[in-house]
Structure formats: structure tokens, C-alpha cells
Design a protein around this ligand. Structure first.
Ligand code: NAD
Ligand code: UGA
Length: 432
């Protein structure tokens, strides 16, 4: 049965949730406080890079099941479900900042119909369901936790084909109503209490971050003992209890969620009286990885990078997204710049003129029109995002434009042997 849904927040999660629910037949209104974003969406333009999202949005708009509005009061007052998909950034003490959630709930609270279900899809600490209940100030509506596990770059696919759907509710009938929205999505359904649902989300992200930090630590051991990390990972991954996923060594993990969510879980545990030393270590290994990759570039150019030009391929926190938030690439660039390097970078999702968001984090980096242009006269090439297009370039041409054929392959995506045949001095992650 089709339901009326308001989505509060038109970002990666809100837009994907809205577009996917409309594709499942629901009547969806996506709302935001950013007037430019709403205007863009109403013109049929998609403000983020996300595979398949443009088609779904177009289908929803043309089918009359999807619209966009500035401000959420009107839509929320006519909806059976209101999904909160607003940011929960890291606060000053590491905990999640709930001010966006509280502001949104304060705003819509007085206008909701009785029996409306307000759903937290933002990633929120244990206890936030109660915070939303208080901010709404209503005893005749329900608050349910329904965390989201989509990955950027495959968000639409992940929403429609999730590994599981998690619903945390005190009221079973509210849980059933939320579950009914997903009719047509085949996935295991876990119905639990709100704190457990909230913790499932944090524990999942923290576990994945732990896996990546673990392989990056093993990669450091590989370098020290002369083993090849690519083979080590292959040998580990065939063990079904370990699996191949999230075993790719790299420049460290980043993005809009792993860094803030790991810190938030450490804080949640600390507030509850448990020192999550393991997770502190996971975060520490990640910081070290940024240093280790920067050090590889410095070592390749002879020990000092002061005044030298460095070519960087890849600025986003991973491939197939335009998201630059907490990107390991930018952490490594910052370390190189602090040691006097000049940076010329190329990323398939970044072009001039820069959006205001991109301009604020890419200050002091020259953006090249293509990967070859980024390499002209550079002393070393550093590959930091695993875009497929980097694998198949003309590396004779790359060698000819670089001042010296040197490469740090921060994602182990290049063909090491072929590069060495072309005269490159090559350094990978966990393989010499
Ligand atoms: P985002 O920054 O891309 O988008 C958030 C949107 O909310 C922005 O467009 C902002 O203008 C809008 N907004 C802020 N306050 C508002 C209000 N009061 N009313 C209406 N709109 C408002 O954020 P995101 O990446 O979509 O993340 C949202 C939440 O989902 C976070 O808690 C995040 O941790 C979680 N999450 C994100 C991902 C991901 O891959 N990005 C995946 C799972 C969960
Ligand atoms: C991650 C989770 O995978 C999602 O399930 C979750 O919903 C989301 O966070 C969230 O809560 O926001 P995402 O941030 O899109 O999704 O990115 P991932 O694909 O998980 O990658 C995170 C980071 O780890 C990236 O920097 C990536 O390059 C790195 N990574 C990942 C590796 O270095 N190696 C790997 O093997 C996998």
C-alpha cells in the first residue's frame, strides 16, 4: 500500500531514500533548508554524483510521486511518515552533534497529525530516539529508529538490495508500519528496541573501519618483512570467516561517516563507563596510515619534498563519489603541503569552476584538466583514489611528462611490473 512520506534533508541519504521509496510506489516529498539545492532539484538536476539516482528522481517526478520543497512543516503535516535524514556531524568532544536533528524535530513537532511515525535515519547515538521524542514534544506520535547502511557510489543499489533492514521501536505496530514501507525489498528484517538499532549502526561502521585499519597495519608488516600484501589479502579472504570485502589496503579510511562514527562510538562507550581501547587503536592506525603514505612520496623524491611539485590522482574519499568530506587524499595532501610541496591534482569528479563546497577544502591545490596534465614536471605521482580510469592510462606518456618516473600507488591499483618495465620507481601499500 502506498504511503505519504516526508524526507527531511536532501543529502546522500535523504535523496536516495526519497527516490527509492518513490520507486517502490510511495508518495514522497523531500525537503531541505538549502534553497539553492531545492531549486536545483525542482529543475530536475541532481546535486550529487550517485549512480542511478538521476533516473530514479526523474521517474519519480514524472510519475507525480516525488517532489521537493523548501522547509518541512507543510509536507510533514500531511504525511504518515517523516524520515529525518539530516547531518549528525562530530561535535567538539567527539560525540555526535544532534542539533540538526533537534532543530528539525522542534520545527515539525507542533504540526504533525496524531499517529505520525517520525523515523530517525540519520546515524544517532544510543538514546537519540528519546531526544527526538522530547524535541517533538508530542505524546501522540511515534519515534522509530531505522538506520541506513548504504555506501556512497552504490547508494541506490544498496538501498534497494540491502543486506538487512533494521527497525528499532518500542511500539510493535509502529515497527510493522515502517517495515511495510519496504514491501518489494527482499532482505532480512531485524526488529529490535531503539538502543539496539542505534548501536547496530555504529558497531557495523566501526567493525568495517577496524577491518581496513587491520589490513593497513598488516601491510606495514609486509613492507618490513618483504611480503606482498596483495597475496596476503587473497590468502586471508578465501577463509569464509574473513571474506574478501574490506580487505583492500589503501591510504587510510575516510568519508563523511567512518571518522565521525568511530569517534562517536568511542564517546558512547566512554560515557557508559567502557574504554574502547581497541577502537582508539583503529583510529590511531588510520592516522598513521596518512603519515606513512605521505612519507613514501617524500622518500621517493630523496628525503625532502620542499618546493617540489607532486602530482595527485584522486581527491575524493573513494571512487565513484564526488564526496570530499574527510578524504584521506586531502589528509595526505595536507601533510605534503606542510613539508613545502606544491600539488597538482586530477579527480574525475572535480572540475573547474569548483563548487563552493569543493573550493573550501581544495584551497592551494591546482586542479588539472586531465591526469596527464596533473603530471607535467611533477617529481612524483601519488595515486590516492581507486578510480578505474587511472588503471588504463598511457603510462609511457605519464613517464614522459613527469620530471622523474616515480609513483606511489596508494591503492595498489596499477600494474607494478608493467610500470617497472617502463622505468618507474614504484611503491605500493604493503608491497615493495
Ligand atoms: P548530507 O550533508 O549529504 O545531507 C544533509 C542534508 O540535510 C543537507 O542537504 C542539509 O541542507 C539538510 N538539512 C540540514 N538541516 C535540515 C533541516 N532542519 N531541515 C531540512 N533539511 C536539513 O548528509 P548525509 O551524508 O545524507 O548524511 C545524513 C545522515 O545519514 C548522517 O547522520 C549520516 O551519518 C547518515 N548516513 C550517511 C551515509 C552516507 O553514505 N552519506 C550513509 C548512512 C548514514
Ligand atoms: C560506509 C559504510 O560502508 C556504509 O555501510 C555506511 O552506511 C556508511 O559508511 C555511512 O554510515 O555513511 P561509505 O562511507 O560510503 O560507506 O564508504 P565505504 O565504501 O565503506 O568506504 C569507507 C572508507 O574505507 C573509504 O575511504 C574507502 O576507501 C576505505 N576502504 C574501504 C578501504 O580503504 N579499503 C577497503 O577495503 C574498503
Amino acid at each position: 500500500m502506498a504511503s505519504r512520506i516526508t524526507i527531511v534533508g536532501c543529502g546522500y541519504v535523504g535523496l536516495t531514500t526519497g527516490a527509492c521509496f518513490s520507486s517502490l510506489g510511495h508518495e514522497v516529498t523531500c525537503t531541505d533548508v538549502d534553497a539553492d539545492r531545492v531549486e536545483l532539484l525542482n529543475r530536475g538536476e541532481v546535486p550529487i554524483l550517485e549512480a542511478g539516482l538521476d533516473n530514479l528522481l526523474r521517474e519519480g517526478i514524472n510519475g507525480g510521486r516525488l517532489k521537493f520543497e523548501l522547509g518541512s512543516i507543510e509536507a510533514a503535516s500531511q504525511s504518515e511518515f517523516v524520515y529525518l535524514c539530516v547531518p549528525t556531524p562530530q561535535g567538539l568532544d567527539g560525540s555526535a552533534d544532534l542539533s540538526y536533528i533537534e532543530a528539525a524535530a522542534n520545527e515539525i513537532g507542533p504540526h504533525l497529525q496524531p499517529e505520525t511515525i517520525v523515523v530517525n535515519k540519520s546515524t544517532v547515538p544510543v538514546g537519540s530516539t528519546r531526544v527526538v521524542e522530547q524535541a517533538l514534544g508530542r505524546s501522540d506520535v511515534y519515534v522509530v529508529s531505522n538506520p541506513e547502511f548504504l555506501r556512497e557510489g552504490s547508494a541506490v543499489h544498496d538501498f534497494l538490495h540491502p543486506d538487512r533492514i533494521v527497525i528499532g521501536a518500542d511500539d510493535q505496530s509502529a515497527a510493522v508500519r515502517v517495515a511495510s514501507l519496504y514491501l518489494g525489498v527482499a532482505a532480512p528484517l531485524i526488529v529490535t528496541d531503539p538502543p539496539s538499532a542505534e548501536l547496530i549502526k555504529y558497531a557495523s561502521n566501526a567493525f568495517l573501519a577496524t577491518k581496513v585499519s587491520f589490513v593497513n597495519a598488516v601491510a606495514a608488516v609486509c613492507e618490513a618483512v618483504g611480503a606482498d600484501m596483495n597475496d596476503v589479502v587473497l590468502g586471508m579472504g578465501y577463509d569464509k570467516r574473513i571474506g574478501h570485502e574490506f580487505l583492500r589496503p589503501g591510504p587510510g579510511w575516510g568519508g563523511s561517516c567512518f571518522p565521525k562514527d568511530s569517534r562517536a562510538l568511542i564517546r558512547i562507550a566512554e560515557d557508559a563507563g567502557y574504554d574502547f581501547d581497541l577502537l582508539e587503536g583503529v583510529v590511531g592506525v588510520n592516522e598513521e596510515q596518512f603519515d606513512r603514505v605521505a612519507a613514501k612520496a617524500i622518500e621517493l623524491v630523496g628525503g625532502s619534498i620542499d618546493g617540489k611539485l607532486v602530482a595527485v590522482w584522486g581527491l575524493t574519499f573513494k571512487a565513484r563519489t564526488d564526496d570530499l568530506r574527510d578524504s584521506p587524499s586531502l589528509e595526505i595532501v595536507r601533510r605534503l603541503k606542510e613539508r613545502g610541496a606544491r600539488i597538482s591534482a586530477f579527480d574525475p569528479s572535480v572540475s573547474m569552476p569548483l563548487s563552493p563546497r569543493a573550493a573550501s577544502v581544495l584551497e592551494g591545490i591546482d586542479i588539472a584538466v586531465d591526469p596527464y596534465a596533473a603530471c607535467i614536471d611533477a617529481e612524483v605521482l601519488v595515486v590516492l583514489t581507486e578510480w578505474d580510469e587511472f588503471k588504463w592510462l598511457d603510462f609511457d606518456k605519464v613517464a614522459s611528462v613527469l620530471a622523474q618516473p616515480r609513483v606511489v600507488d596508494g591503492r595498489n591499483i596499477l600494474d607494478r611490473e608493467s610500470l617497472r618495465l617502463r622505468g618507474f620507481d614504484y611503491r605500493g601499500i604493503g608491497r615493495t
